[in-house]
Design a protein. Structure first.
Length: 170
């Protein structure tokens, strides 16, 4: 369990983060405005549901998945029980690699624990071979990283700056 930081502007565009920020600003400027507060609550619920739906499309093993979103801070909180450590880490990455999410609060547990992977944020000029060379001292081990990030990655050449990847232990 913990709090993970992500690049807020990078990732899947599942909801309009600008709308969540505008609703948050409106609610903050008029704290007694019930309509503004209700709009913010609705946008946060919709964003959490969109993230849950995205995780569902990845086919990851999880029971009791719940994702809440706070547009004010850009924080997603994820609850549930993952089948294994790799699925838990992929779920956290699914939450964080969404445009508008700056932090992910991990409240998950796992059925079968295993050593944790490292997380790596992609920078301009990176490719999986370069990342494999950095972490494993061998560029040809890039497929380990690719496989560890499936199904979020569909092609080893399709990574982008700001994206966070799992780097599994050897």
């Amino acid at each position: 369990m913990g709090l993970f930081d992500f690049v807020k502007q990078a990732g899947e565009k599942l909801f309009r983060s600008q709308d969540a920020e505008a609703a948050s600003n409106a609610a903050a400027s008029a704290p007694d405005d019930a309509a503004a507060r209700a709009k913010l609550d609705e946008m946060n619920r919709n964003a959490g549901t969109a993230i849950e739906t995205y995780i569902g499309t990845q086919g990851l093993s999880v029971t009791g998945l719940t994702v809440s979103f706070d547009g004010t801070s850009g924080a997603a909180t994820v609850f549930g029980v993952a089948g294994d450590q790799a699925s838990k880490e992929k779920i956290l990455l699914c939450c964080g690699n969404v445009s508008g999410v700056a932090k992910v609060n991990d409240m998950m547990s796992v059925d079968q624990s295993a050593p944790e992977a490292l997380f790596y944020t992609v920078v301009a000029g990176d490719n999986l071979s370069k990342i494999a060379k950095l972490h494993y001292d061998h560029a040809n081990k890039y497929m380990l990283i690719f496989e560890a990030n499936k199904p979020m990655l569909s092609d080893p050449d399709k990574i982008y700056p700001g994206q966070m990847l799992r780097i599994p232990p050897l």
